[in-house]
Design a binder for this molecule. Structure first.
Ligand SMILES: Cc1ncc(COP(=O)(O)O)c(C=O)c1O
Length: 453
């Protein structure tokens, strides 16, 4: 506790202007912001600008960004080609009441790269994307239930706000997790529609899915459990889900809002397992609000408003699934997204993965030297740090982590000029090179040495 208090004291010393802004923000915004996932105790920093690998807060302190807007800014902040393209689009307006052609370019790139995409549609968030995958699966199968992994985060809509972060003591056995609300305000029926299964437990999950196989519209899964710790699924687990859903005509959905970072075709290309539908977000908008969902043509055709309309003939039925949104596929986001993806070549993915592995190993080496147990998770450019002595395979392995240690390390790194997520997950951008990685490892060692762990 003594060490934690001194870390907090230093944080408060370094961030007086953020504290002042936070105090006044609370008069208008509950908690002083609009995004609970970036609140941390005692208060968050307010950012004034960001460029390349650096974010600068309102106290003029610079930090190297190792989280990159919860994995979004894969090319770093204010990447010139994206900024230039957006600036030129701004002169032509930002949103129209008719389609724009930038979305076709982004759709083409995604359909060419993502193995499961025959067709794609755009939204303004990953939340809307996962909502649509589940809705489409229900419409396609005529069934209502869907299954998700314990600890899986799929955004903020009701259906998926179940068993995300739960108190393990209330959540049943590890091989038979109970569906628990992740927020107040959910109707009871929501819980009745979700089957929860353990992540990375092939037999345990199969047994649970088997009991509901005839009522399941979909199984939704993050191939890398993101917000709870960058924990990759095993190939065997994904393969089981693919075979099981195929056999029982259940729609398999990969939520790749985070894991699309792993290769140009997402983690589905990395694992060689192709789902029926996929939701995307974050990196594909170049820093602007976005989500996308796509998949098999026969499922995505449910969204076609022409319903097979032929010019000059009576319109037939369609769409079967409604999908609107004032800012969907707005030209600014679409252009920012396609310019970003144009820069994400195979070489870039390889070097991101290479650098991230150097960082992971650096973290392991520091902990080995200081004799602190650690598990460093993640694939591609994603990483998670867990001060555990057993391998991390699922939510429950993480739930037992000591939150005080996490706080000490997170705030300690903040004080030393490094920004990651409060639960010690991060992701690299192309702006992070060997100097920044070296700095992270040195600062990490310094923070741990002073932490009293
Ligand atoms: C795996 C996953 N799915 C969905 C979402 C929701 O995306 P958004 O925050 O854009 O609504 C997130 C956000 O972090 C996510 O990590």
């Amino acid at each position: 506790m003594k060490h934690l208090n001194s870390v907090i004291e230093k944080y408060v010393e370094l961030t007086p202007r953020s504290r002042e802004i936070w105090e006044s923000a609370k008069q208008y915004l509950p908690g002083g912001d609009s995004r609970n996932s970036i609140f941390w105790d005692p208060y968050p920093i307010y950012i004034k600008s960001a460029r390349g690998p650096i974010v600068t807060d309102v106290d003029d302190m610079q930090r190297v960004d190792f989280i990159n807007t919860m994995t979004t800014m894969i090319l770093g902040h204010a990447f010139s080609p994206v900024m230039d393209a957006v600036s030129s689009q701004l002169k032509n307006g930002v949103a129209y009441n008719a389609p724009n052609s930038h979305q076709i370019q982004l759709a083409k790139i995604l359909c060419e790269r993502v193995p499961s995409f025959d067709r794609v549609r755009f939204t303004n968030s990953g939340t809307e994307a996962t909502m649509n995958t589940i809705r489409a699966a229900r419409a396609f199968t005529g069934r209502t239930l869907f299954a998700k992994a314990e600890g899986g985060y799929h955004g903020t809509h009701d259906a998926v706000s179940v068993s995300v972060k739960v108190k393990v003591e209330h959540a049943g056995g590890s091989d038979s997790p109970v569906a628990l609300p992740s927020t107040e305000g959910l109707p009871d029926e929501v819980l009745d529609q979700v089957i929860v299964f353990p992540f990375n437990d092939v037999e345990g999950a199969r047994k649970i899915l088997e009991q509901h196989k005839d009522q399941l519209a979909a199984v939704i899964i993050e191939p890398v459990l993101g917000s709870v710790g960058m924990v990759p699924a095993t190939y065997e687990f994904l393969e089981m889900l693919r075979n099981f859903t195929w056999q029982h005509s259940i729609v398999l959905i990969f939520d790749e809002v985070i894991s699309y970072r792993v290769t140009d075709g997402g983690s589905q290309k990395f694992f060689g397992v192709t789902p029926d539908m996929t939701s995307l977000g974050k990196i594909i908008g170049g820093g602007f609000p976005i989500g996308a969902f796509g998949g098999r043509k026969d499922i995505m055709d449910l969204y076609d408003p022409t319903g097979g309309l032929e010019m000059g003939k009576e319109p037939s039925v369609g769409p079967h699934v409604s999908h609107a949104g004032t800012f969907n596929a707005n030209p600014v986001t679409m252009l920012a997204g396609s310019v970003t993806l144009d820069h994400l070549t195979d070489d870039i993915y390889e070097s991101l993965a290479f650098n991230t592995e150097i960082l992971r190993q650096g973290i392991r080496d520091v902990c080995a030297e200081l004799e602190i147990p650690v598990q460093v998770t993640g694939i591609g450019s994603l990483f998670g740090i867990h001060f555990n002595d057993v391998p991390i395979n699922n939510y429950r392995d993480i739930a037992s982590s000591d939150t005080n240690i996490r706080r000490k390390v997170f705030l300690g790194l903040m004080n030393e000029g490094i920004l990651i997520a409060p639960n010690l997950v991060g992701s690299l951008s192309t702006e992070i090179g060997s100097n920044e990685i070296k700095m992270f490892v040195e600062k990490f060692k310094l923070v741990l040495s002073k932490s009293g762990i």
